[in-house]
Design a protein around this ligand. Structure first.
Ligand code: G4P
Length: 532
């Protein structure tokens, strides 16, 4: 059973994230998506925010200027009658496990590449996380106003490095300073752009037929001939676009543009919102699925921000709604604790202030105030006794450390603080076998997470610590072993347990990992924790 409004609202949602390496142009593109959707009329706050280059404050200027709902977790805008939820994936020094977890809440991703750099390390990591859930990925090759790699080389780099088929849905006309437009291969139309005021405004665009005699005049003989040749080559050599394969995460449509000059961004956004899927069925732990148009409300926690602001010393748990409608004051069941919760408050953040959300639908993100501290990453809440979602796995950390207490008498507070921070997903904790909770190994994905840990332990638990980095670089959850003690003897590396008691091996480098995998072909070395 479904009700018409929830079905309609869910169908109009497009919830997505941008995956990219720092400096590929994510901030610039985000702003241009707002510009082209009409949410802002003048771009330019990107420059303004450079003074304080920190992800959580990136959008404050826009929030203040426009009063639109921009949160540190999700940015909402409408385009062509569709409600777009762009999830914020922190980049730069903020890169951490939160960035990975955000992708679990997204239904699609834009993979943004710098045309001169191609597939960079952070993009690769994020792509692999998107692939875990077979999230459909649309590729946008940015900075075409600068000379970069050849478009065909870029596509084969994506195919080789990431192992996904590419299909260009548009094609650049000219390159670098001579980049004048794109050819839309689905509509078979040429879009030519005229430079505007440094990309602050929507640029003038002229749409021509490829056979229009004017085209040769406009772009000159050599670009015209090159476009013809390129298109013939693509028709002959490339595979056709297959929407099903795209939705299954097997094929990525490729677009070209320049977020700085806005060339190609309009056609890209128009196409992206039609390609990106609405919220679909979500898998539950009992092997079933929950449909987005199910009238019962359900959601899972993918991000927790605690004590963010001294004036709100509580926890804000960001949930991704999977079905039904959120209404203020509704009662929900907490699946893990089998307990009733009243969702008195849900918020989005507007700058420093919280704004109450009255209603929200599948695909939307809301921040629930968790005064009782009962929610953890991966928890499900729902109005029926229905689903417990598959949750959010922990991802293999790359930075490991041991902590030294300045005051040994504060060990209890340290354990309490660490437990809390691990529940929030701020850090992961591993225990050496036979040592209990003594001397745990703390692990993170991004180096800033360790600094945050140190600062928060001191501010919130009055615990001063010294962090000593350990020489591991991989954690792998062991799958298919009967006896962890025996496995520890057979498998090279340091053997530990995670907070749920899953056996994990910590390895120093790729070589050690290779040896462990080669010598134990029957053991699974998983990059994410099992979901149970
Ligand atoms: P990020 O969020 O992915 O880290 O990237 P961001 O948008 O901050 O862009 C990184 C740099 O790349 C910026 O330059 C930005 O202007 C530039 N950039 C973004 N898109 C394009 C594009 O389409 N073409 C060109 N040529 N450059 C682009 P910057 O030098 O760091 O800053 P600024 O001098 O622009 O202020």
């Amino acid at each position: 059973m479904s009700d018409a409004l929830t079905t309609l609202e869910a169908a109009r949602r497009r919830t997505f994230a941008i995956i990219s390496h720092p400096d590929a142009g994510k901030t610039t593109l985000t702003e241009k998506l707002l510009l082209y959707s009409g949410a802002i009329h003048l771009a330019g706050s990107v420059k303004a925010r450079r003074a304080s280059r920190h992800a959580t404050s990136d959008w404050m200027a826009i929030e203040k200027e426009r009063g639109i709902s921009v949160t540190s977790s999700v940015l909402q805008f409408e385009h062509k009658g569709l409600q777009c939820n762009l999830l914020d994936t922190p980049g730069h020094q903020d890169f951490g496990e939160d960035t990975y977890r955000t992708l679990v809440a997204a239904d699609a991703a834009i993979m943004l590449l710098d045309n001169a750099k191609g597939v960079e390390p952070q993009t690769k990591k994020l792509f692999h996380v998107a692939r875990l859930r077979r999230t459909p990925v649309v590729t946008l090759i940015n900075k075409c106003d600068r000379e970069g790699k050849d478009p065909l080389d870029l596509m084969s780099e994506v195919e080789q490095v990431l192992g996904i088929a590419t299909v260009p849905l548009d094609w650049p006309i000219g390159s670098g300073k001579g980049f004048v437009g794109v050819y839309d291969r689905l509509d078979r139309k040429v879009h030519l752009f005229s430079p505007g005021r440094h990309g602050e405004e929507i640029v003038a665009e002229e749409v021509l037929d490829p056979d229009d005699p004017q085209l040769r005049e406009r772009i000159g003989d050599s670009l015209h001939d090159k476009l013809r040749e390129d298109l013939e080559l693509l028709e002959a050599a490339g595979e056709p676009f297959d929407h099903e394969r795209f939705l299954a995460g097997e094929q990525t449509p490729v677009f070209f543009g320049s977020a700085a000059t806005n060339f190609g961004i309009g056609p890209f956004l128009d196409r992206f919102v039609t390609l990106a899927p609405p919220p679909g069925p979500r898998e539950t732990r009992d092997g079933g699925v929950r449909e987005a148009n199910d009238p019962a409300f359900s959601a899972f926690v993918f991000k927790i921000q605690a004590n963010m602001d001294p004036s709100h010393r509580d926890r804000l748990c960001f949930v991704r709604i999977c079905s039904g409608r959120y209404e203020k004051g509704m009662k929900v069941r907490h699946a893990r604790l089998d307990k009733e919760l009243k969702l008195a408050m849900a918020h989005t953040l507007l700058g420093r202030d919280r704004v109450s959300v009255e209603e929200a639908y599948a695909g939307d993100i809301v921040g629930l105030v968790d005064t009782q501290h009962v929610l953890r990453i991966g928890d499900t809440v729902s109005t029926d006794r229905g689903p417990a979602f598959n949750g959010v796995p922990r991802f293999s950390p790359e930075i490991f450390a041991t902590l030294h207490l300045a005051d040994p008498l504060r060990r209890k507070q340290l354990v309490e603080g660490l437990t809390q921070l691990a529940e929030e997903g701020a850090v992961q904790i591993f225990f050496r076998r036979g040592q209990g909770a003594l001397d745990p190994i703390v692990a993170v994905v991004g180096v800033l997470q360790l600094e945050v840990l140190q600062a928060r332990l001191e501010a919130e638990y009055s615990v001063r610590i010294k962090v000593e980095r350990l020489g591991f670089s991989h954690a792998r959850w062991l799958d298919g072993i009967d006896d962890p003690v025996k496995a520890a003897r057979a498998i090279v590396g340091t053997h530990v347990d995670d907070t749920d008691g899953h056996p994990v091996v910590l390895l120093r480098n790729d070589w050690e990992l290779g040896v462990a995998e080669r010598e134990n072909p029957k053991v699974g070395f998983l990059t994410t924790s099992p979901l149970d």
